[in-house]
Write a protein that binds this ligand. Sequence first.
Ligand SMILES: NC(=O)C1=CN([C@@H]2O[C@H](COP(=O)(O)OP(=O)(O)OC[C@H]3O[C@@H](n4cnc5c(N)ncnc54)[C@H](O)[C@@H]3O)[C@@H](O)[C@H]2O)C=CC1
Ligand SMILES: O=C(O)CCC(=O)C(=O)O
Length: 413
Amino acid sequence: MGLFEMAISNFNRAVAIMGIDEEYAEMLRRPKRCLIVDFPVLMDDGSVKVFTGYRVQHNTARGPAKGGIRYHPETNLDEVKALAFWMTWKTSLMDLPFGGAKGGVRVDPKSLSEKELRRLSRRYFSEIQIMIGPQHDIPAPDVNTNPDIMAVYMDTYSMNIGHTELGVVTGKPVRLGGSKGREEATGRGVMVTVREACRELGIETSKATVAVQGFGNVGMYSALLCNHELGCKIIAVSDSKGGIFNPNGLNIQELIEHKKSTGKVDSFPGGERIGKDDVFEMDVDILIPAALENAITEDNAHKIKAKIISEGVNGPITPEADKILNQRRVMVIPDILANAGGVTVSYFEWVQDLQAFFWSLEQIRETLESMMTEAFKETLDTAKKYGVDLRTAAYIIAIDRVMYAIKKRGIYP
Ligand SMILES: NC(=O)C1=CN([C@@H]2O[C@H](COP(=O)(O)OP(=O)(O)OC[C@H]3O[C@@H](n4cnc5c(N)ncnc54)[C@H](O)[C@@H]3O)[C@@H](O)[C@H]2O)C=CC1
Ligand SMILES: O=C(O)CCC(=O)C(=O)O
C-alpha cells in the first residue's frame, strides 16, 4: 500500500463515523495543487545535474498552506501528497490558522558539497516560488533540511521580491527571524503527550520506562525531555546504524554528545549494543517511533510490549498494525497530535516574524505546553464520546474544523 493510500484509510474511518457526504469526502482527500519541478544545478566539477522537486498544497480552507521540505533520494509525489494531507489535519487539530502542504527534493544531500547544496536549495525554492509566500504557503524543515537551508530559502524569496520577508519560511536560525524553542518543539510536544497519556492510564512517569526509535531532532529531544522533565528511564535508543540498551537507564545528555561526535549510538560506552529493530520488542511502558514511516507493521506489531506509543514521526504505523495494536489495547497517540509541537512553534515563529516582535523561551514553552495539553484532552474526550481510538478521534476533530471552513466560506459549489 502506498503512503497516500495508507493516509487515506485512517481518514476514511473518521469520515464514516461522522457521516460526511462522499462528495465532500472526495474533495477533502484530494490535494489542491501539486507542483513537480525539474531543475538544473551546477556541480563543483563544472558538470550540470538535473534534480526533481515537489511541492504539494493539500488544503487551504483554514489559511495559508504549511509544512516542511525534505531532501531524500527516494522521496516521490505519493509520499509528499501523503505528508501534505497529514499536515492539513495536524494544523486543524491544533486549531492553527493554516492548511497543509509538504515539499521534497529527490537527492541524497550527503553526496553534495556545501556549495552544491546551496545552489540546489536556491534553484528549487525559486522554482516553487509561484506557490510560496507568507500568506500563501510557508515551508519549514523536515528530513535532511535544517535552519541553514531555511535561511537560504528566505534569502532566495526575499531577493526575488526585492525586500527581506522573514515570514516566508519557519525553522530559521534564531538570530535570523527564527523562534526560540523551535528546535526542541517536536520533542517537547511528544513529551507532553506522554505525560498526559500516563496520567490517563495511571502510570507514574518517574517509574516509567521508554524506548526510542531514531535519534535525530525528534528522537533526541523526546528522549531528553521525557527523562529530564518527567523522570522517565530511557532504556533503549536506536538510529539507522544500530541500537543501545541499558536496563538502568541511558544517560541521554551523554548519549546526545556521543551521537554528535561519532554519528552513531551503538558504540556508546554507557550501554550494551542491540540491533536497531530490537527497540520495538523491549519490555517498556512507552515506545516513541521517531525515525521513519511504516516502522510498525503487521510483522512486528504483535511483539510490542509498550502500553503507550507516541508517534514522533509521521505515519510510523501501517493500518494493519494499527488494528492489531487497538485490539491489544495499546494507547497510540497519533502523529497529527504527538508530533504537532513542531508546527505549533512554527506558527509562533510566523506570528513573531509578521509582527517583528519576538517572544521569550518561557512564553513559547508555556504556550506550546498549554496548546498540546488542550489538544490531547480534546482528542481523549472525543475518543470517549464516540467510543473510538485516539487516531480516529483526532481526525474527527480536525475534519470537522476543515468542513466548517469549507461550508462557511462556500468553497463547495
Ligand atoms: N523535525 C521536526 O520538527 C518534525 C519531524 N517530523 C517527522 O519526524 C521524522 C524524523 O524527523 P527528524 O528527527 O527531524 O529527522 P532526523 O533526520 O533528524 O532524524 C532521523 C533519525 O532516524 C534515524 N533512522 C533512520 N532510519 C532508521 C532505522 N531504520 N532505525 C532506527 N533509526 C533510524 C536516523 O539515524 C536519525 O537519527 C521525519 O519523518 C519528520 O517528517 C514530524 C514533525 C516535526
Ligand atoms: O514546522 C512546520 O511548519 C512543519 C513541520 C512538519 O513538516 C511536520 O509537522 O511534519
